[in-house]
Structure formats: C-alpha cells, structure tokens
Design a protein around this ligand. Structure first.
Ligand code: ATP
Length: 527
C-alpha cells in the first residue's frame, strides 16, 4: 500500500490497493486550475487539488496481466465484457484508469455459443491473479466493525471468515471468524523471517497455507474455518461505461425514467435505466435552477471525486432543459426518511454510530481533496442495501441559483438549511470544511433522534441569535455523553477548534472500545 495510507485513511488506494500497484504515488502531481478554488473566489471556498492529474497507470507487465474477477459484472454496452466472480481475465490495455480492455480466459477452451471474449471491464472489479487481493477471503482495508457487520449477515454461517489488513499494525493481518452469533478476531502476526502465525507453535509460509491449515482443523481457534465471508457490497463503477469516461454529456434518449423517487427544492429524482441495461438515479432540475456553464464546471470536479462513501456522479444531460444529473442509485432513499420510518424499532446506537462513521469517512475524503460539501444533512445522505450510507449532493449548493435571498428563511421548517449551516457561513458566506463539520454535528443530532427537526419551533433568525449568545442544542434523550461531546465540538464557535473529519471518522469507528485485549487467543480452545 502506498505511503498515503494511515490507520484511518479514506483514500481510494486504501480500498483498491491493486489499482495503484506499479504507480508512483510520490511523484509531484500537477495542480489543475480549478474555477472553484480559493484566492479570488467570492466565498472563500477551496477546490480540490491534483484531481485528474495523477500519472496514468502503467500497463501491467506481461507476466502480471492475468486478473481474477472479484464480483459478477453484466455488460452494459456492446463494447463491454461481462464476467462472473472467479473468472480469469487477461488485461490487454490498462491505459485508462477505471476501464481496462480485457480478454476472458476460458478454461479448457470451452466457449458458450455467442459468448463474448473481449471487451472493456471496470478495473475495480478485478485483482491480479495469485495476489492476496484475489482471494475470496481477503477483505483488504475492511475495519473490525465492518467485519462484524458482514459476518453476522444471515447469508453467512458458523465458521465464515475473512482476513483483513490490521488497522493498527502495518504489514500484519487480522482474522475475523463467525462463532454462532458472535465474531471473534485474531491477530495474525509475523516472525522476523516473514512467517505468519496466530500462535507461535504453528507458523506458515503464507496466508494460503494458514487458511488451508485452519480450514482442516480449528487447532486452537474457536471454530474450524468454513466458507469465506460473502461479499454483499458490490462496488459502484466510476462511470457508466468506458465511453462515458470522457464523454459524460450523454444523450437523454439513452435514459428511461421509470419511477419517481422524490422531489426536492430544485427538481425531481427518478429511478431510471441507462442503455436498457443499467439502473441509475436521474435528478431532473427545474428549468433555470442553475446556469449550465457553472454546473458543468462544478460537475467536472464532482465527477473525479471517487470514494465508496460518496454517491458517484456518472453523467449529465445539459444541452437542453431540464438538466439531468445521472448518479448511482441507492435503493433505500434518503437517510432522513429511513430514520423517521424506523423511529428506533430496528436501528439502535451501534447502527447509528456506524451511519455516522460512514458519513465521516466520505467527508474525510472530501476534506483530503480540499472540497466542501455545503449542504451536509440527513436528507443528503442516501441509504443502500446492507447498511451502506453515502453522501450525496456535494458541491451542488454552490451552483444552484437561489430564487431569492430569503431561501434560508423560507416558511417551511423542512426548507431551512440555516439550521444546518455554521454561523460564519450564514453571516459572511465563509463556507469551509469546518462549516461542513458544524453541519455534521447537526447530522449527528438527526441520526440520534431518528430524524427530528433541529431547534424545533425556532425560526432561522432566532437560531442565529441564540447561537451568538452561546446556546447549543441540548443533549437529546438517550444520546450518550460521548456522542454529545462530539456534537458540541462540531459546534465550536471558532471554526479552527472544530475537529477534522479524519478525527471524527476514527473516533466514531473506534467508538466501541477496540483495544488489543478484545482480540481472542488462539490457544484458548486447545483441549
Ligand atoms: P433538497 O432539494 O432540499 O436538498 P432533497 O435532498 O430531499 O431536498 P433531492 O436531492 O431532490 O431533494 O432528492 C429527493 C429524494 O429523492 C430524496 O429524499 C431521496 O429519497 C431520493 N433520491 C435522491 N437521490 C437518490 C439516489 N441517488 N438514489 C435513490 N434515491 C434518491
């Protein structure tokens, strides 16, 4: 893994290390001129640096062109190559970062009638053959909490396991195993000679041998290793297809609007289908709600922001009204409605902390890219299958034309972003990542209260007055002191005193004590 990855790093490399293998991350990168960058920008916002300026990936060396599919992929265009988990592929051209041209390697030369053998594949769906990332049980940068969540899914049974990179010890790994309704974790350590072990009485040349041994006998572990943990979360591709990487102004005839999902201040959101193959979300904007040129400038940046906890922008239709914004589709809609519908029946503190940690992870990435969201709130977080939460609508607030300046004082409480916005951003238009941190504090309040309106009963201007006098939302019922302390820090009057998203991310991830004593001992179960 490259040198950018620290314990709680949220960068793409952390999730998809093989995409970066063979690329120097140390080289200085050019900075693209960014229209929304600070210095002259009227509202002091800062744009991302080095986006789109990374050196192109080197083609894989000849001997390392064989890859294994980590997930199923259904071809979306005639240029695409569909494949199934475990299929072997030879990558013939990897000059484009996210879509590679590949050949399916067919076992025994057996080809089904009509089967396509060459085409474009999403690079984040494959890993180099024989690499540890290609093993079905390897879950890379997965965190301990993720491992528990995943292993306890009903699809997994006793003995289901995964191996992940250790969060605290670089170069070491952790084994997580399902033992009835709990998950046990073991540290996989290394001797000076590189051999792996959980107990020094049995060491292994590599992790394959380790897995083979403990799949035959528990030999001190709580249970014998069974099937690798099921991978329920299929990653989003970064574009709709190879062609839309550069041409992401797409023809609106390629879209079918199937079902209206909701509407907001600036238009509607539809579930749709692109190219008759690919489910997408389509945001249709009210005519006049933004200047297409401003939008395209911002969208260019948004398109390059890539993170598992951010909604991926796929494409746009801006040539005529209404403007369409095409993004990743999230099956369960907005977090606000999700929380309100649940009201505490299924969602409890551990899930709430997990939601907050996932949002903080996406925001930590935006922070690392010097990008500002400007409208972080539960209504702008979307919920996918398997408890996945992603941040949506980042940067859009910057380009919307507000019908009148009073939008912050609109009559309906639900249309009062002022309650989410830091005082310095309202008063002096000083939006920064620290004003996003303020909004994150309000989002924490929404999460813990199952979607209650903050400052209920107060109008926007009253909220501002009270905040100036030092007032802060009181500790909500059932909100633990520790979580409330985090909210209060997010609401520090002085932006500099608010925590970074990086800090918020690890504090929330480590919310449930994860010290080394919580690791199991591989000698406990020896008879
Ligand atoms: P506002 O316009 O005031 O920010 P909003 O964020 O609720 O309000 P929209 O972004 O237009 O408005 O979204 C409207 C609704 O559509 C959301 O509440 C959500 O339920 C649904 N929605 C939006 N984007 C998606 C998506 N990518 N996948 C699935 N549902 C979505």
């Amino acid at each position: 893994m490259g040198n950018c990855c620290q314990k709680h790093c949220a960068c793409l490399e952390h999730y998809l290390p093989w995409l970066f293998s063979g690329r120097s991350r140390d080289k200085p990168v050019e900075t693209i001129s960014n229209p929304s960058a600070g210095g002259g920008s009227p509202d002091n916002s800062v744009g991302p640096h080095n986006l789109g300026a990374d050196p192109p990936p080197l083609p894989p060396p000849k001997q390392n062109r064989k890859f294994v599919a980590l997930f199923d992929y259904q071809a979306r265009t005639e240029e695409d190559l569909g494949f199934q988990t475990g299929d072997k592929l030879e990558v013939l051209d990897s000059s484009q970062e996210s879509w590679w041209f590949a050949k399916l390697l067919v076992e025994n030369g057996f080809v089904k009638p009509g089967q396509k053998l060459q085409g474009y594949i999403p690079a984040n769906y494959v890993a180099p053959d024989q690499s540890i990332e290609a093993k079905p049980w390897f879950f890379g940068g997965f965190k301990r909490a993720d491992a528990e969540k995943q292993l306890l899914c009903p699809e997994n049974q006793e003995g289901a396991f995964l191996i992940r990179s250790s969060e605290s010890q670089t170069g070491e790994f952790s084994l997580s195993v399902r033992d009835q309704q709990t998950v046990k974790h073991y540290r996989i350590k290394r001797l000076d000679n590189g051999r792996f072990y959980v107990t020094k009485r049995k060491t292994f040349q590599n992790l394959n041998a380790f897995v083979r041994h403990y799949s035959r006998s528990s030999d001190g572990l709580c249970v014998k290793l069974g099937n690798p943990c099921i991978k329920t979360e299929v990653p989003a591709t970064y574009d709709l297809s190879y062609q839309t990487v550069d041409q992401w102004e797409i023809n609106r005839d390629s879209l079918q609007l199937l079902k209206k999902l909701g509407s907001g201040q600036f238009g509607e959101v539809w579930e749709g289908l692109w190219n008759n193959t690919t489910p997408v979300a389509i945001k249709t904007l009210k005519p006049g709600s933004m200047d297409p040129k401003d939008f395209l400038r911002e969208a260019q940046i948004m398109k390059n922001l890539r993170h598992p906890k951010l909604i991926q922008l796929y494409a746009v239709c801006t040539l005529e009204d209404p403007i369409y914004i095409i993004t990743e589709l999230m099956r369960h809609g907005s977090l606000l409605e999700y929380l309100q519908n649940d009201g505490g029946s299924r969602i409890h503190l551990p899930q709430q902390v997990d939601m907050a940690a996932q949002v903080a992870s996406g925001m930590a990435y935006l922070e690392s890219q010097n990008y500002i969201h400007r409208d972080l709130a539960a209504r702008n977080v979307l919920v996918g299958d398997h408890n996945v939460y992603k941040v949506a609508d980042f940067g859009l607030a910057r380009v919307f034309k507000l019908e009148n300046e009073n939008v912050y004082e609109a009559k309906h409480e639900t249309k009062l972003p002022v309650k989410w916005t830091a005082p310095e951003a309202i008063r002096s238009n000083k939006f920064s990542i620290k004003s996003d941190v303020w909004s994150f504090g309000i989002l924490l309040f929404e999460i813990i209260t199952y979607g209650k309106m903050p400052y209920a009963g107060l109008m926007g201007f009253q909220v501002l007055q009270k905040l100036d006098q030092g007032y802060r939302i009181p500790q909500p019922l059932k909100c633990p002191q520790e979580l409330y302390n985090i909210m209060l820090q997010c609401w520090s009057a002085e932006p500099k005193e608010r925590p970074t998203f990086e800090t918020l991310h690890w504090r929330l991830e480590d919310y449930y004590d994860m010290d080394s004593t919580s690791y199991a001992d591989a000698n406990t179960f020896i008879k």
